[in-house]
Design a protein around this ligand. Sequence first.
Ligand code: ADP
Ligand code: MG
Length: 489
Amino acid sequence: MFSQSEKYAVNIGLEIHVQLSTQSKTFSADSAAFGREPNTRVNVISLGHPGTLPKLNSKVVEYAVLLGLATKSGIARNFSFARKNYFYTDLPKGYQISQDKEPVCLGGFIRIVDEEGKRKDIRLTRIHMEEDAGKSIHDQDPEFSKIDLNRAGVPLLEIVSEPEISSPLEAYHYVSEVRRLVRHLGISDGNMEEGSLRCDANVSIRLKDAVQLGTRTEIKNLNSINFVKKAIIKEMKRQEELIESGAAVMRQTLGYNSTTDELYLLRSKEEAHDYRYFPEPDLPRFVIGEEYIQNIKKQMAVLPWEWQDRFSGEMGLSGYDAALLAEEKDLAQFFSEITALTPHIKAAANWMIGPVRSLLNERKCSLSELGIKPSQIARLVEMTQNGTVNLNVAQQQILPILLSGVKDDPYEIAVEHQWLKESDTEKIRSALLEILARFPDKAEDYRKGKKNLAGLFMGELMKKTGGKADPKVAMEILNAIVSEKKEER
Ligand code: ADP
Ligand code: MG
């Protein structure tokens, strides 16, 4: 994928800002919704007018604790906020409320899995809460920059990793995992294009056996997972060339132009920010109780890597299939409901990864909007696996009818359109005729209405067909035979 250096090793530490999907902002009742008319979600608190006071949105703490529990971080029993001071036109208050000395979560890890299924736990330094700044827009007016303050005060969690990510590809997996996790937890939409997930990459290289880390640079505001990987590759090359030419890497903050695939200097160490953090005087220290944490723990759903382990472990799917199915919470949940109804796990996975996922992509909708039930897919899987209908008919004909919502039983649809495989129904029919002939008395009783005798015939049929006959098909045929016989008399 890239020429990994023989001589140097890379250390990467990522800082990821996750925008939380709360209704209101971190410290005010302003709406936190994305994409509204500029400067319409801005009250006096967002603007930091004198005399106004921030009030902490409890959802923000809940989401932080949820993420902390999912990453096995230590949840602080006491946390506080700090002011991070700087001047910028999109920051009317002159400071951001953030956390400094007492963040809400310390430690923990994100587990990444590479293409070969190898795992690595990337340790986290901390997760802290902060409010976002406004947004400067430079590309709408030829002369002026525009400012939209709707984003000012929107809640963020910053996830800081230890510098132990050791390749651009690992960084790629790490960001993907963070995105998948926050989506599963339902705390953010993780949409990088809309800026819900922003990543700063700290990069340094060192001689392969050197213990001490090299001087790092920081690449700011990478807004796609691919750019994270590409920018790091670029920066590793740049640092290697510098060192090889006898120069030294300088502590710098860089930007990445994704159109030209080039890095550019934002500021060097001399111009580095001094934020003069101090405790936020308008907010108290907060205390988190044991019961509060336990309650959040109870609500926690299955985590993406737990789904993935289940799918590849006990269910025996490939790492690739397992990862695809665990990507979205809905998909994982839906698939696991199917597997409760049919033993044909691999076939069920193929249905999900193939036709179901293409439908989701085509229609750009969620599984619940698609309007199909796990039981219906399970039935289709059964019908194709036991040869009641062929796969093409199931996917091209029956599935669309189910989606249209006119009929909801796949088997009935197949019967109505005469899509049942001929050979199969014929085999079952002749087997049943033979069985009924073997038990003439019982057959007569059944005809007269002793319906519980069906179990006997079905049992015999299963013995005869090695369990391959579809019970529902067989019942239909049995009843058909019985009513024919009645008419004959
Ligand atoms: P700052 O506040 O200046 O951003 P931090 O100590 O918070 O500094 O570190 C930010 C990030 O930089 C962390 O993700 C950390 O892992 C990473 N980092 C620190 N030192 C190095 C290094 N030598 N090489 C690569 N990454 C590093
Ligand atoms: Mg930083």
